[in-house]
Ligand binder design. Structure first.
Ligand SMILES: Cc1cc2nc3c(=O)[nH]c(=O)nc-3n(C[C@H](O)[C@H](O)[C@H](O)COP(=O)(O)OP(=O)(O)OC[C@H]3O[C@@H](n4cnc5c(N)ncnc54)[C@H](O)[C@@H]3O)c2cc1C
Length: 390
């Protein structure tokens, strides 16, 4: 070993928000890191999500664990990656009696999860957001925000690269290399050079999002992932400055996210078997437009820029109601399945990617007897712009 070589090594599969955050955390704790991504960085779920930096308001009533994770990470991310965020705040707006009945539950949830909030009258809310429906009776301000998912990944990875990590997009894992019951590396296909080769490391971490089940199956392991897509409709024009949420239990078409010069209405939820082939149900598109324009009526006249879908990786078994499954995350140390050197991280949100990485790398460190604390919560990332220059 030369003086520049590191004594601990890890391979990360997947260049979405989770894999990028894991690579950063590993590199910061002194690992020699190689990240492989079968497509472009953020080409999976991360690059096509709703871009909402969750305050936790959406989860604090029915899924408090996820609500607390979101507000804690929201506060950290705005400190460590300021150039990937628009900190515009969010409104949970109540338009009918059912929404008004939900408002006290939402306030109680915010208090329980320690989410800052401010109650507004309908008139105050419309003063902030003139396009809001005149039906708005009240609203709750929360610290929602908007992020740029690809830039987030690039900021994590630029910093990881500055700490020695190697990042290989368009490099697909086709096989997990095994010695007995130990995963020792991966066989990859470099899709640009059309070349196949092996990579070895002490630990292999799968951050394959909705593909996690497929990757774990390469080692004969069954990871419980529900693949749950959602439809989003992007409208031309920015009809609010805040993120507009409907003040009710999370449901279809109840969020409008202002993203650059668009307004993205989302989302729905159903389950599929294969995250690579998802048909967009026409009725979901109509539902987004209908529900979105109940909150901002001007969206009825706006033109649609595009419709897109992508799949959530939820932790759960087939047959469970995906709407009721927690949005929290889980890290699987496959020692428990009798397979060494292999860890899967799945579930969660882009908002909670850093916390997901912390838990995963804690496990990786424990597996090889390394005692180095996580510092990602206090490490300000390089600009995403540095990704291509390091
Ligand atoms: C409709 C919808 C809206 C959402 N909105 C939000 C939101 O507003 N805010 C928020 O915080 N979260 C949101 N989420 C959740 C969030 O997008 C996901 O939790 C997050 O993106 C998952 O990131 P990931 O890195 O785990 O997975 P991914 O981003 O899917 O990354 C996994 C990567 O692994 C790669 N991969 C797969 N197989 C292989 C292989 N064999 N070899 C190499 N690479 C491989 C894939 O190409 C992919 O890039 C939303 C999800 C959905 C479905």
């Amino acid at each position: 070993m030369t003086s520049t070589q590191k004594s601990h090594s890890a391979i990360v599969i997947g260049g979405g928000s989770t894999g990028a955050a894991v690579a950063h955390d590993l590199a910061l704790r002194g690992f020699e890191v190689t990240l492989v991504e079968r497509g472009e960085i953020a080409s999976g779920t991360t690059g096509r999500n709703h871009c909402l930096l969750h305050s936790g308001g959406r989860y604090c009533v029915n899924d408090r664990e996820a609500g607390i994770e979101c507000i804690e990470e929201n506060m950290i991310l705005r400190r460590i990656m300021p150039d990937c965020m628009e900190l515009n705040g969010g409104l949970f707006a109540a338009f009918d009696d059912a929404d008004m009945d939900y408002l006290p539950l939402l306030i109680e949830g915010c208090q329980a999860c320690e989410i800052p909030y401010k109650k507004l009258t309908g008139e105050e809310a419309r003063r902030l957001e003139p396009y809001l429906s005149p039906q708005a009776k009240a609203a709750l301000w929360v610290p929602d925000g908007v992020f740029e998912p690809m830039r987030m990944c690039m900021a994590f990875l630029a910093t990881a690269k500055a700490n020695g990590a190697k990042v290989y997009p368009f490099t697909q894992v086709e096989e997990l290399l095994m010695e007995g019951t130990q995963v020792t590396g991966v066989r990859v296909w470099n899709r640009i050079a059309n070349r196949r080769y092996n990579l070895h490391a002490q630990i292999v971490i799968s951050a394959g999002g909705p593909w996690a089940e497929e990757i774990a199956a390469m080692a004969g392991i069954d990871v419980p992932v529900i693949v749950a897509p959602g439809v989003m409709v992007s409208m031309t024009g920015r009809y609010s400055q805040h993120v507009i949420n409907r003040c009710n239990k999370a449901d279809d078409g109840d969020i409008i996210v202002p993203q650059r010069e668009t307004s993205i209405i989302g989302t729905s939820s159903w389950t599929v078997d294969d995250p690579d082939y998802i048909d967009i149900p026409e009725d979901h598109v109509a539902l987004m437009l209908d529900r979105g324009s109940q909150m901002i009526p001007a969206l009825k006249q706006a033109s649609s820029r595009g419709v897109f879908t992508v799949a959530r990786p939820l932790i759960g078994r087939e047959g469970e109601d995906e709407r009721e499954v927690s949005r929290t995350f889980e890290c699987f140390d496959h020692d428990e399945d009798g397979i060494g050197g292999f860890v899967t991280i799945s579930g969660g949100k882009t908002t909670t990617a850093r916390a997901m990485a912390e838990k995963t790398v804690d496990i990786a460190c424990r597996k090889i007897g390394l005692d180095v604390p996580c510092r990602t919560h206090e490490t300000v990332l390089l600009s995403y712009r540095a990704f291509y220059t390091i």
